[in-house]
Design a protein around this ligand. Structure first.
Ligand code: ATP
Length: 308
């Protein structure tokens, strides 16, 4: 069984469903209010666990009921929360989403305890990082902590996967030095490289620029068009499955969790792992929500068998 550590964020997502966005100064009524678990780190950990990997999550929550809710959600999906710690006096991360009838959203994030993660927390989890197969991180927790984690993992010969999200202009060279695989979506990639993605040729140029930053393996996810892989051995677009998408929230997180879970330790099966990840994401986009929409390993296997 694959062993995966995810270091990253967890949030409670509160969504205010509205007909139209309010204008500045206007008061309106919501048509509904819903709450769900979220945060890129938590979503990716749940995707890895649902795909059958033994998964640990390293994170901090606040001293409030939201922290208990998040920990409960993670556990219910099979994620080990031994290293989810509580910061006394802090609030759990929270995303406030306004969703209009056209499906557009505005999101305001209160990062809360996600920014309280420290290098000391990693040291407490060093046995895990040194012995697990693969570590995944994003940019919703302190970058210096991610850099220390990747450095530790690379010293132990483990695979490191960076999802550079949300997008930032300049990724520290120190972090890139310890990154085996970088997995941005098209917007994040364009922000790093400065080259907008329009087609296969701009995907290739983006991948080339990312390699020049010192990372050998690149995957740029490109929504319903697929995922572009660029490694020393393979350069190709793995097409997305044609499905009727109802909610694409969490498509990228599902892809990352499934990809990591299915990648060999020597990274020799990039294309195959991306095809399984693509299948998993194509199921997720046909369901509502992020965490509940992530399919199980059995569902993905069944879908792949059905198409043979
Ligand atoms: P999000 O932020 O919504 O979680 P993302 O922008 O990080 O997603 P995408 O590039 O949109 O990630 O999608 C990741 C993968 O999910 C794609 O590479 C593709 O395989 C699959 N996917 C996304 N949208 C669709 C779709 N409409 N139909 C089928 N597959 C899709």
């Amino acid at each position: 069984m694959k062993k995966i550590v995810v270091i990253g964020s967890s949030n409670v997502d509160t969504t205010l469903h509205v007909k139209d966005f309010p204008k500045p100064g206007e008061t309106i009524n919501a048509t509904d209010v819903t709450t769900a678990g979220g945060g890129k780190g938590a979503n990716q950990a749940i995707a890895a666990a649902k795909s059958g990997a033994e998964t640990y999550f390293i994170n901090r929550v606040g001293e409030d009921s939201d922290g208990g809710y998040i920990t409960h959600q993670l556990k219910s999906y099979g994620v080990d929360t031994t290293y989810v710690q509580t910061t006394i006096g802090a609030k759990t991360g929270h995303a406030y989403i306004t969703l209009n009838e056209a499906g557009q959203n505005d999101i305001i994030i209160d990062h809360g305890a996600n920014y309280e993660l420290t290098v000391e927390d990693l040291k407490a989890a060093s046995d895990l990082i040194n012995n697990w197969d693969c570590i995944i991180a994003q940019f919703e927790t302190p970058i210096d902590v991610t850099t220390s984690a990747f450095k530790m993992a690379k010293k132990a010969g483990k695979v490191t996967i960076l999802n550079p999200a949300p997008a930032i202009d300049k990724i520290p060279a120190d972090l890139l030095k310890y990154t085996d695989i970088i997995m941005p979506n098209e917007t994040e990639s364009a922000k790093i490289t400065g080259i907008p993605i329009k087609d296969n040729s701009t995907l290739a140029t983006n991948a080339e620029k990312l390699h020049l930053l010192g990372v050998k393996n690149v995957i740029i996810t490109y929504g319903d068009k697929g995922a572009y892989i660029s490694t020393p051995d393979v350069e190709t677009l793995v097409p997305a499955y044609k499905v009727d998408a109802t909610d694409t929230t969490g498509a990228g997180d599902t892809f990352i969790g499934y990809f990591a879970s299915n990648l060999n330790a020597d990274m020799s099966n990039f294309e195959e792992a991306a095809k399984i990840a693509s299948r998993a994401s194509s199921i997720a986009v046909q369901r509502l929500g992020a965490q509940p929409s992530i399919p199980t390993e059995q569902e993905v296997k069944q879908a792949m068998e059905d198409e043979e």
